[in-house]
Design a protein around this ligand. Structure first.
Ligand SMILES: *Cc1c(COP(=O)(O)O)cnc(C)c1O
Length: 430
């Protein structure tokens, strides 16, 4: 009863509360399975921290060049142990996921090489990095070409197209695990395993990179457990646990990591330099929290799918599918749906709840984007957030919530906003 009162005080009507509580109740068994994966991954991180001999000194900071930063070096060892790789580069000098991917791609290719994607066009911001959309300083300007094939209409790999797409110039294969803003499905680690095996059968020595954004800790295995040479991700998504204030990581073979490191810093400097400033503790603590936070976000995504599918909207993944990342797409076929949804998410934020998001042009993205993100850390999309490009078919991408309760509140508030805006009728809540 107290619960109902406080939802009411937050502006949620009793019909929405009852409708949503019923759905939450029905998801208990599924959430139990998610908790089991989170438990495993939590132990994996703790064990790696112990094995790497993480100590109180590791939480201290360095400045300037950052020589002998044992906190930074030990953290990189922890990442390498968790992802079962030879090495890792985990730095707050990496600004975001796009930057981490840029460092990995530039570092691991040379003029005349080709990059190939067997899973369709990469994420919007990568298109400028690659030079698919003209941009100053793109890989294309440096003589690195790009080629891709889409998945087949049924979502399977285009084996023939992949075979034809890989040639003597192909140096690096990039596999995006999460769907991003596209309409394909997110790949499971099993599917990635199958794809890597096939690619190696065509060209065994090609470098295989997986864009792991939003995928960390959702399964027990990561792409580096099934043959990827490196995985790349952002610390303001799953791996930073909502606590890392900035950063990105590249975990992989010694060769791949060294190639990336001399691009991030300078040739010859590689991993030696780079002050952790005051960030070591936050990066450790964020990684430690990562499994729990990813599980909370995943629960929120499943809850959203169930809430909106029952109202007749297209949701992907659907209400019962297995999950391989924390993203939930909901399609409204109408810009108002996207705007109302995002306003509702914003109203549920702990920070900036009073702001009303508006569609705007955003660097790196082609269409106007609306973003709801009342975040502790600017743009942190592992926190409760929603965004979508204002283009057909008007799909909103919902993700995050540092706790399941906050994610749940966000979904309930989005529904309330849809009702307040007349986009959903109360009578539909059955
Ligand atoms: C978020 C994301 C990126 C880019 O990360 P930013 O931190 O926004 O630069 C790249 N690829 C995928 C799949 C993503 O989800």
């Amino acid at each position: 009863m107290n619960l109902k009162n406080i939802y009411g005080e937050l502006g949620i009507c009793s019909k929405v509360i009852d409708y949503c509580e019923n759905i939450a109740e029905s998801l208990k068994d599924r959430f139990y399975e998610i908790d089991k994966v989170a438990e495993y991954n939590q132990l994996k991180v703790v064990k790696a921290m112990q094995d790497a001999h993480t100590s109180a000194e590791c939480m201290l900071e360095t400045t300037g060049y950052g020589y002998n930063d044992i906190g930074r070096d030990t953290l990189e060892e922890v990442y390498a142990k968790v992802f079962h790789t030879e090495d890792a580069l985990v730095r707050s000098q990496i600004i975001c996921g796009t930057h981490a991917l840029t460092v990995a791609l530039f570092g691991n290719t040379r003029p005349g090489d080709e990059i190939f994607s067997p899973v369709g066009m990469p994420y919007d911001t990568l298109q400028e990095v690659l030079g698919v959309r003209e941009a100053r300083g793109s890989l294309k300007e440096y003589g690195v070409s790009f080629n891709y094939v889409d998945l087949l209409p049924d979502g399977s790999f285009d084996l023939e197209g992949i075979k034809n797409g890989i040639n003597e110039k192909t140096k690096l294969v990039t596999i995006q695990r999460s769907r991003g803003y596209s309409d394909r499905h997110t790949l499971s680690v099993n599917e990635i395993a199958e794809l890597i095996k096939y690619i190696r059968s065509i060209k065994s020595d090609v470098t295989i990179m997986v864009d792991n954004c939003y995928g960390e800790f959702i399964e027990e295995l990561e792409p580096t457990d099934v043959g990827a040479d490196m995985i790349v991700g952002s610390l303001i998504k799953n791996a930073g646990g909502g606590i890392a204030p900035v950063g990105g990581y590249i975990a992989g073979t010694k060769e791949c990591v060294a190639n990336a490191a001399c691009r991030l810093a300078a040739p010859g400097l590689e991993k030696e330099l780079g002050p952790s400033l005051g960030n070591n503790r936050l990066l450790y603590q964020g990684f430690f929290m990562g499994p729990q936070v990813a599980a909370s976000a995943e629960k929120g995504a499943i809850f959203a799918a169930n809430v909106y599918e029952r109202l007749g909207f297209d949701v992907a993944p659907d209400s019962i599918e297995d999950r391989h990342d924390v993203i939930q797409a909901i399609t409204f076929h109408n810009p108002q749906g996207v705007i109302s949804f995002c306003r509702g998410i914003q109203r549920a934020a702990a920070v900036d709840a009073f702001a009303a998001p508006e569609p705007t042009k955003t660097p790196g993205y082609e269409s106007e984007i609306i973003m709801a993100a009342g975040c502790f850390i600017q743009g942190s999309s592992i926190e409760l957030s929603a965004d979508g490009p204002l283009r057909e078919p008007y799909t909103v991408f919902f993700q995050g919530g540092l706790t399941w309760y906050h994610s749940k509140l966000g979904v309930m508030m989005s529904l309330q906003q849809m009702i307040d805006d007349g986009f959903v009728k109360k009578e539909q809540l059955i």
